[in-house]
Design a protein around this ligand. Structure first.
Ligand SMILES: Nc1ncnc2c1ncn2[C@@H]1O[C@H](COP(=O)(O)OP(=O)(O)OP(=O)(O)O)[C@@H](O)[C@H]1O
Ligand SMILES: [Mg+2]
Length: 255
């Protein structure tokens, strides 16, 4: 379970460009469930994921993951417990390294970068097994540099790498947004398979209302750093979500 208490974050404090994104923010995420986070541009979705992952430190508050207080740990320490796939297909992988080297890096998360690159031969059958499950033929291209892969192939590889050590939490930040509709569908289906197979606790940001409903158990809508909607995904429709957005926009214009 992920439990966030009293989290606050202000960027550019005490300057003309001060941006208060969160103040006293609370959220509980159930174990083994996929929770979708939606909301307009700039409402704080990525900042929230960044604070959970430790790439941005919160100003105060607690982040408990499986009874461990991770809120003060460095990002590298947290990454042992947290898997992450980014919007940009180049972010979750090292493009100049081969598929094999990338898998090895992900496999040895807690070791130093130099040691991690050295591939342990006895682990290769496991990498091949995981890649085969993607059904993209990547297991036949182990020595290909990742920069030569398509966006969809990279995101799929990134997903396998993020989940291979069975993290307590998987963070997906618009991980199919840069893909064409067909590839996005393929990657979302693979995401579902991997999440279900590993019973993974997942937080998924998406601007695609249909995906948010279809692939999650719960939907949370953020607005200006606050939860303005929290529903079981099977209790709400795409049309209702769009209507909430429309009402919000007209309210924002009026104010
Ligand atoms: N490192 C940073 N430094 C300064 N301001 C930041 C930083 N990161 C985010 N912000 C600001 O915080 C606010 C929330 O940004 P965030 O990226 O979390 O939004 P988002 O909900 O992910 O939006 P989008 O849907 O466009 O990805 C924005 O006003 C953004 O400009
Ligand atoms: Mg974002």
């Amino acid at each position: 379970m992920l439990k966030i208490n009293n989290l606050s974050k202000t960027f550019n404090k005490q300057t003309d460009h001060e941006i208060k994104v969160f103040e006293g923010f609370n959220l509980e995420i159930e174990k083994n469930k996929c929770t979708a986070i939606i909301g307009s541009n700039g409402c704080g979705k990525s900042t929230l994921l960044n604070m959970i992952a430790g790439s941005i430190m919160s100003d105060n508050g607690h982040i408990m993951l499986e009874d461990k207080n991770i809120g003060k740990l460095k990002e590298e320490r947290r990454s042992v417990h947290i898997g992450r796939v980014y919007q940009n297909p180049s972010m979750g992988v090292s493009p100049s390294l081969t598929i094999l080297e990338n898998m090895s890096l992900a496999d040895k998360k807690s070791e130093s970068f130099t040691l991690r690159r050295l591939v342990k031969k006895n682990r290769i059958p496991e990498y091949i097994k995981l890649l085969k499950e993607l059904d993209l033929g990547l297991e036949n291209q182990l020595n290909t540099q990742v920069r030569f892969l398509s966006g969809g192939q990279r995101q799929s590889l990134s997903l396998v790498m993020a989940t291979m050590k069975h993290p307590d939490l998987l963070l997906l930040d618009e991980h199919t947004a840069a893909l064409d509709p067909k590839t996005s569908f393929v990657v979302m289906e693979k995401t579902r398979e991997i999440i279900e197979k590993n019973n993974m606790t997942t937080l998924m940001i998406s601007h695609n209302m249909k995906d948010a409903i279809d692939y999650s158990d719960r939907i949370i809508m953020l607005d200006k750093g606050k939860v303005i909607l929290d529903r079981e995904s099977n209790s709400i429709t795409e049309e209702e979500l769009m209507e909430i957005y429309r009402l919000k926009i007209s309210r924002d214009i009026a104010s």
